[in-house]
Design a protein around this ligand. Structure first.
Ligand code: B12
Ligand code: SF4
Ligand code: SF4
Length: 373
């Protein structure tokens, strides 16, 4: 437990926010450990089965919703956000180019987990320099932590109907991270005002109908889950709507009116590697396993492994316009050792035998308009 007797908590809180900005975080807020209704919201979501195969979402009981059960003596949570959209990268335009692969914009460069964890550790070390030892633990994404609920309570933004934390001045294309701490810091005002109003653009645009109610995502329908979390076959009903989205999905953010206020990231680590922001599906599908491993080292894409990478790309190729390059790439993998890949390749080849010309589930969907290129 830190000796905080000589501290001015307000000055310390201000200092922590300055340090966070110096370390490249776009904003920092502080909240307590009471997550109010969010425990009930999570329980209802799990009860409805919306987590699909993500067993880790229910494994930790109330540790996820009660920070002091995960890290004893936690009194406050320092919540940070970091913008990730690289400068000059196009987004929505790619969805209208069915021969290209759409990789979610958060995954074009280096894996954010390590980068943000390291920055949070640096933040803690700098706080220690100012006040001496104190208790803390850094988290980003992979721990049983309710990151969005904490972010809303720490003042970063509101829960959009697409379930994203949205800031009215910078949209939602940012990552979240936290320091759990035993410091009795003053807490910030939660972000109470919801700005969605009568807008429903995200719900209209979602290609697979995954936003089943305001702020509620059925992960089993979400392309992000289907392409990253799901281990087995992608259910047939979602293959066409996936279009060329081969790793994650951004549609419900690209159409959000607040996305036009996105702040481009200054982190060079998030810059696209191997032209992943505009690569052809065929080029990526033709990567050998050795190339996949080399090209995705240090990238969030690595964790899905080569077979699921091919699975996703096969779906994209099934939705691409018929061409000799597409057909020969698919034919070359017809007898691929993995049954998962073979089945998706067979499906893709079938699509090219259909009499109808190919159409891609593209953005703008229905009446929704992308608010960022
Ligand atoms: C599991 C998970 C997923 C799953 C499930 C998504 C989901 N909505 O839960 C899948 C794989 C589908 C996914 C996809 C994505 N994810 Co994700 N994901 C997570 C993870 C690990 C847990 C989220 C969680 O707790 N889900 C449980 C449900 C119950 O929570 P929730 O959806 O946030 O719902 C809340 C609201 O409904 C809210 N609520 C508020 N008011 C009200 C009112 C009522 C009446 C109700 C019922 C609910 C409600 O209460 C719920 C609980 O807090 C977090 C990291 C973390 N540890 O927190 C990242 C995280 C949420 N993901 C993130 C990102 C970037 C994405 C993607 C954009 C990635 C991509 N481009 O493909 C998509 C976006 C999909 C979407 N629209 O949500 C970011 C979000 C940053 C932000 N600005 O909000 C996080 C925080 C990771 C990070 N550290 O940056 N993700
Ligand atoms: S990420 Fe894509 S599939 Fe998932 S809810 Fe948003 S628009 Fe729908
Ligand atoms: S698209 Fe509209 S409804 Fe959806 S999150 Fe953005 S403002 Fe809210």
């Amino acid at each position: 437990m830190a000796d905080t007797s000589s501290l001015d908590p307000t000055a310390l809180s201000r200092h922590i926010k300055e340090l966070a900005r110096e370390l490249g975080f776009s904003a920092c807020g502080i909240t307590g450990v009471d997550l109010g209704q969010h425990e009930a919201y999570l329980e209802a979501w799990l009860k409805a089965g919306h987590h699909g195969e993500m067993d880790y979402m229910q494994k930790h009981g109330t540790k996820r919703t009660r920070p002091a059960e995960l890290v004893p003596e936690t009194l406050r949570v320092i919540s940070v956000r970091m913008d990730y959209l690289p400068p000059e990268v196009e987004s929505a335009k790619l969805l209208g180019q069915p021969e290209k692969a759409y990789v979610s914009r958060y995954a074009l460069g280096r894996d954010y987990h390590k980068l943000i964890r390291k920055r949070l550790d640096q933040l803690a070390k700098r706080i220690q320099r100012a006040i001496g030892p104190f208790g803390y633990r850094a988290f980003v994404d992979s721990a049983p932590v309710m990151e969005r609920a904490l972010a809303q309570r720490a003042g970063h933004g509101w829960f959009g109907k697409n379930a994203m934390i949205i800031n009215p001045k910078s949209g939602s294309l940012f990552f979240l991270g936290e320091l759990y701490t035993d410091l009795p810091l003053p807490v910030d005002e939660p972000f109470e005002r919801e700005h969605c109003g009568s807008c429903n653009q995200c719900k209209i645009a979602c290609p697979t109908g995954a936003i089943v109610d305001d702020k509620i995502i059925d992960a089993r329908r979400c392309i992000s889950y289907l392409t990253i979390e799901l281990h087995g076959a992608i259910p047939h009903e979602f293959r066409k709507p996936m279009g060329n989205r081969v790793f994650g999905c951004d549609d419900c953010q690209l159409v959000c009116p607040f996305t036009r206020f996105t702040k481009r990231s200054a982190e060079t680590d998030f810059s696209p590697r191997h032209a992943l922001d505009r690569a052809d599906l065929v080029t990526l599908f033709n990567w050998s396993e050795a190339e996949f491993l080399e090209n995705t080292a240090g990238s969030p894409i690595r964790r899905i492994g080569y077979a699921r990478w091919l699975r996703n790309l096969a779906v994209g190729l099934g939705n691409a316009p018929t061409s000799s390059a597409v057909l020969s790439a698919l034919n070359a993998r017809r007898a691929y050792p993995s049954a998962l890949v073979r089945e998706h390749v067979a499906w893709a080849l079938e699509q090219h035998q259909a009499p109808e010309p190919h159409t891609i589930a593209r953005l703008p969907m229905a009446t929704a308009q992308a608010t960022i290129d």
